[in-house]
Design a protein around this ligand. Sequence first.
Ligand code: PEP
Ligand code: MG
Length: 589
Amino acid sequence: MNEIILKGIGAASGVAIGPAFLFGKEEFRISPHKISETSIALEIARFEDALIKTRHEILEIQKRIAEEMGTEHAEIFDAHLLVLEDRTLIEDVIVRIKKEKFCVEYIFSEVLKKYVSVFSRIEDEYLRERVSDINDVGKRILRNLLGEKKNIVVDVDAENLILVANDLAPSETASMYKKNIVAFVTDIGSRTSHTAIMAKSLEIPAVVGVEVATQKIINGDILIVDGKTGTVIINPEKETLDRYETAKLKINVQKERFVNLKELPAETKDNREVLIAANIELPEEIPSVIEHGARGIGLYRTEYFYMNRTDLPSEEEHYQAYRHVAQAVSPHHVVIRTLDLGGDKFLSQLHVPRDMHPFLGWRAIRFCLARPDIFKIQLRAILRASVHGQLKLMYPMISGIEELRQANNLLEECRNELRKEDIRFDDNLEVGAMIEVPSAAITADIIAKEADFFSIGTNDLIQYSLAVDRTNEKIAYLYEPAHPAVLKLIKNIIDAGHKSEIWVGICGEMSGDPELVLVLLGLGLDEFSMPPASVPLIKQLVRSVSYKDAKKIAEYALSLSTGKEVEEYSNQRLQELVPELLGENDASK
Ligand code: PEP
Ligand code: MG
């Protein structure tokens, strides 16, 4: 059998080798078997049995996830339990078995189809999103009726499975935490999509945007996934397999070498120290932050709090989580980003209509300013937690000074309320702005006068400045972090921040890219915040060069005409300055 090579977008680096496991592709061939009058009671009893079994399974998974990941992740399954208790659906099945006299599998699958199609056409966002819950639970019930294996992801025992899917929803990636999945391959998605961010936090390689992965790959195919180059090899030949096995070993050796760096600062040879912090989505990632030697958290994405649940988080829940994170990484800082809803992050319980252009629509700070009732709950909680460690607060998607002022007015209202209620908070809590919209990048000098710090969100800044949807794999080739327009905007933000004597960090995925770190360092950034697993390599790179050299590199990079030229130049300089640190994990050669 000849090997087949598929190309996608390398979204989380590393090499994995293992059998393919296709997710969400189970097909149930159910024929309409007629049953006799006397079998009706038996079919109904089988249906009730399957419902009970499914309920037990869900509770079991929920318990396991609560133990391993915390209760907030387990709550995803509450919605599944609700579907199981839906009397209309259950009655519908029973009535049709009695009337039509077909086997329960067939009737149930027909009822399921009807529900899915009705819900998919509903205008209401919240109800429409119930489709995936209905589908999930429906398949589970069918599997139990048919006597098939239980949960395909959680219960598969084989080692080193490579998960292949069209796309992975946040609730699906959540249930894979710490399981035997060693890589993700998806048809759709991009470098900054949720799957990519989650893969990095799970420290497994991912190739997304492959387009034809679920068509070309079948269950059990042996796959090599190279998350750096975005390559997926189906049923590799022996020689290819050997080459990648060697590369995998080298990556592990390199990882071990970095362990010694844990306690060391990210300081250049000529003594410029920058802060290397980590990005997290979930408090469960804190051990990984500490293990990888990050100095604090430069971006705590708080959307997860609001996802996969039927109600809004209370002030107390927010407070407990922020307090926990602040204490766990103390004495280092934690930058909490306020709710960044919209764009690619939709929350089911907030009835937000889908905009025609979600990334340009009612998202992030725009939503929060329009809904102070929701926003202030989070602001109050952050203020309350600020006495327990080094907390900082930042607003996403600030597009100009007015939004920063409006947000700060609401924050001031919260401070006044807390004072009245005699509740303590840190008066000196730093409040920063994420700079991820070109208008904010260009007017950074104005915003800097009223912000305590900047954090550059390059994931969005790149998409907005180059007019490239960050989630669209068809135009991913245009999504160029090293594009001269992006570099010039970054430089403008850093210079404006420094002129106003505030610190400037970066928290987009670009911060963990070894190929651009020298340019970013040379542009004068004070903090780099990245997925925890990227910290050791970036720290080692910073420690291996001088700031003087990095500045020259940045200056020359700014004079180049295209993103490709910048990349080539920066790579070439990196090879000259630190040849021992790079290339080792490039198995494609
Ligand atoms: C960014 O835009 O760079 C960023 C860090 O935020 P997010 O990826 O959550 O939009
Ligand atoms: Mg962003």
